[in-house]
Design a protein around this ligand. Structure first.
Ligand code: NAG
Ligand code: NAG
Ligand code: NAG
Length: 712
């Protein structure tokens, strides 16, 4: 503590003599990573709102990545979580846990939690009725995993604090994102569009964390793209393109550490990705491969219109987009063009009740300034149509909702929108008047978190939803305007997406008129963005003037209310007849090589018994010279897959299949596949078990490559 105090004094001196201290450490910085993997089987994924998309295994473990920066007076915590979004309940629970150890050091004022927006992780942790509808209500296991993981990552960052410096840089990345609602984008004024070369942002912004002793600590990259390379047919938990980009960067920096275990932490965080898709081949009809109609439909009943690419399947597409982001980030990291961030750290936060907000809007068509207000939350018809990244979510015609017991239980209580609501939402025909739906509790938030951090002349604006490309540009311009006279011309504004509260999408008022999925999901009406522009300007102005704002109304604490959960617990497991848990039913091939995929099948318990946080369901092991086994891959590696299958619902029997695609740089030798799990005993209690496959030999060239090698 003593040295900390000295450091703080030095720091204050530094700010007075910035020029002299330019080469000294400016801040205290720390990074931390922790596992957030929840139930990998039988829980519906969050994102595509598709009840059929229930997990049945694991491809990439999900993580929370935390970054702390402190100037001796103020502290800012940025957290990027491999999750579809973050809700108020999750943040509240994290802050409560942190207060047990740190008192009021971490609060809603300085902890900004951003979801990466992966669509391939279990849901049910949001609590607002609409967001937990497709997961059959609240899922305690998902909630615990996320809350514990985020908390642990912040604790680790806290424990790792050292004197250090931060740097900022940016560059353009082409070929990794497209606009999925170009028609809405085209409704923005022509003069505005003319200022930009593309209908999505191509800039990656990078923040680098370096210790005073020059050790590389971590990096945050912001690049706008939906983590929807894995499509709505995927049933393996995955952090998708951004999560894999993080793994690739961390692997490079951490050398021989297992995934999620190294000291260097790399986040690829969400930003203004509202209308941005990674499926760069664009939308096509499912079977004919023809271009879709203007309304993104296909002729004939049974053909969907969806986007894919750039790879042959969703795994290859995920890998390609991830690699593009990783390569660009690495190039920026080594580029030598990064500018040191100097100056004070400041944070400001305010909750606002959106339906009560007022703002002024300059209507270009009429040339008039109009007074506008927010509306009670409501979802429009086009919301039911989904997007070209995931068509047909909530499609009532196909009857998917009638098979949802939660929906059945509540639909009779659905509220009709008032005349006022209809007027307020303008171009949006209301499908769900969620703001009027109070049974059994809040359907969508009315109070949202608005949050800004200032690091020297870098502004990080944490927004409570998915801003479209143009909405993000307008917000950055508004903030730059508010910063005038105080920041240097090369000040950087970062929009941190999906922070603290989730309130769906934010389009521009012009895009809203077109009512694509994003406009239909802009829940506070046409002037949602107009209100945010005013609010963030006020936050930045207050921040610079060192004025404090009222904290605003507290959102309801839904966790303390009686949450509905229709998810059945795991009742018991029994092994297959004449077998024990962990028995290997199918062994890997005796010889395999780089490029081959080996598999092993085991008698298993239900993975929900224990998600193995910080551990693994599988281990690929190599025999060392000293006869010990060394782990070369876990279930967090890209090369492995863990697939769970119920073989008898009646007996509660299941199996898991573990596969490992052998990487090119494999070290030849003797290998085995191990499975760790837990079973639930019928008379109560959860017990661990282990299983191991036969040994197999790994050679440098796989069968396909061997052939090429011998016969070339
Ligand atoms: C999802 O991707 C797979 C290929 O990995 C493809 O066969 C399937 O048609 C895609 N489905 C949708 C709805 O995108
Ligand atoms: C907008 O509101 C302000 C303040 O409440 C008021 O002075 C102004 O006249 C209003 N403008 C219009 C066009 O209604
Ligand atoms: C501008 O005013 C016109 C005429 O009243 C209206 O139709 C249009 O929706 C307004 N534009 C926006 C973006 O609100």
């Amino acid at each position: 503590m003593d040295s900390m105090l000295k450091f703080h004094r030095l720091l204050k001196l530094c700010f007075l003599l910035t020029a002299l201290c330019a080469a000294e450490a400016s801040y205290n910085v720390g990074v931390g990573i922790a596992d957030t993997t929840g139930p990998v089987a039988e829980i519906v994924f969050m994102g595509y709102a598709r009840p059929e998309q229930k997990g049945s295994g694991l491809h990439l473990r999900t993580f929370s990545r935390a970054f702390i920066i402190d100037d001796g007076e103020e502290r800012f915590v940025f957290v990027s979580v491999d999750s579809a979004m973050i809700g108020h309940g999750v943040r509240l629970a994290v802050l409560k846990k942190l207060s047990g150890r740190f008192d009021d050091m971490y609060s809603d004022k300085n902890v900004m939690i951003s979801g990466t927006h992966t669509h391939s992780a279990p849901g049910g942790y949001m609590m607002d009725v609409l967001f937990d509808l497709t997961t059959f209500g609240f899922v305690q296991e998902s909630f615990n995993a996320i809350v514990n993981g985020i908390t642990k990552s912040i604790e680790r960052a806290h424990d790792a604090l050292v004197p250090g410096r931060i740097f900022v840089t940016q560059g353009e990345l082409m070929g990794a994102n497209i606009n999925r609602s170009p028609k809405a984008y085209l409704n923005n004024p022509e003069t505005e569009r003319a200022k930009y070369a593309y209908n999505v942002d191509k800039t990656m912004i990078q923040l680098q964390f370096i210790a005073a002793d020059d050790r590389s600590l971590g990096v945050i990259n912001w690049f706008p793209v939906h983590p929807t390379s894995m499509n709505n047919t995927n049933k393996l938990v995955s952090s998708d393109n951004v999560g894999y980009a993080s793994i690739l960067f961390e692997k490079t920096m951490n050398k021989n550490s297992m995934v999620g275990k190294g000291s260097f932490v790399a986040a690829f965080a969400s930003t203004n990705l509202g209308d941005v898709s990674p499926n760069t081949r664009g939308p096509r009809c499912e079977f004919t491969g023809e271009t879709c109609s203007g309304a993104d439909t296909c002729p004939g009943k049974h053909e969907m219109c969806f986007a894919s690419g750039p790879g042959r399947d969703m795994f290859e597409s995920t890998s390609m987009i991830a690699n593009k982001m990783y390569q660009k980030a690495l190039e920026l990291w080594h580029g030598g063009k990064a500018k040191e961030v100097t100056g004070p750290i400041r944070v400001i936060h305010q909750y606002i009740r959106m339906p009560e907000q007022e703002a002024e809007f300059f209507n270009e068509t009429t040339g008039n300034v109009e007074n506008v207000t927010g509306c009670l939350p409501a979802m429009g018809y086009s919301f039911a149509a989904g997007t070209t990244d995931g068509p047909g979510s909530f499609s009532f015609e196909q009857g998917t909702t009638t098979s949802n017991p939660l929906w059945n239980a509540i639909r009779d209580f659905l509220a009709a929108p008032s005349k006022e609501d209809v007027l307020c939402h303008g171009a949006k025909p209301i499908l769900l008047a969620t703001g009027r739906m109070v049974f059994p509790y809040e359907w969508q938030p009315q109070v949202v978190s608005t949050h800004v951090a200032l690091l020297g002349d870098v502004i990080i604006a944490g927004v409570p939803g998915e801003f479209t490309t143009m909405s993000g540009r307008r917000l950055r311009d508004a903030i730059k305007g508010a910063m005038q006279n105080s920041a240097s011309d090369d000040g950087v504004v970062v929009i941190a997406g999906l922070c603290n509260t989730y309130s769906d999408y934010v389009t521009t008022p012009e895009e809203y008129q077109i009512q694509r999925y994003e406009g239909a999901s802009t829940i506070y009406g046409p002037h949602t963005l107009t209100i945010y522009l005013k609010q963030y300007k006020e936050l930045v102005t207050a921040l610079l003037a060192r004025k404090s704002l009222v904290p605003g109304p507290q959102p309801p604490d839904l966790y303390s209310s009686h949450l509905i959960s229709l998810v059945t617990p795991v009742l018991f497991d029994t092994p297959k007849w004449r077998h024990e848990f962990g028995d290997c039913l199918e062994h890997p091939a005796k010889v395999a090589g780089a490029g081959d995929t080996v598999t092993a099948r085991f008698v298993a318990g239900h993975p929900r018994n224990n998600p193995m946080a910080g551990g693994s369901f599988l281990f690929i092991e190599r025999l060392e010279d000293d006869e010990s086994w060394k782990t070369v891959a876990t279930d967090a590696n890209w090369e492995t897959k863990f697939i769970w299958k119920r073989t008898s619902i009646f007996l509660g029997s299941s199996e898991v299949t573990i596969s490992w695609t052998i990487p090119d740089d494999v070290e030849p030798g003797e290998y085995r596949i191990r499975h760790n799990g837990n079973y639930r005993y019928i008379l109560g209690g959860i017990y661990p078990y282990k299983g191991v496959s036969n040994h197999f030999e790994v050679v440098a060239f796989g069968s396909s490559r061997r052939k090429r090698y011998y016969f070339a």
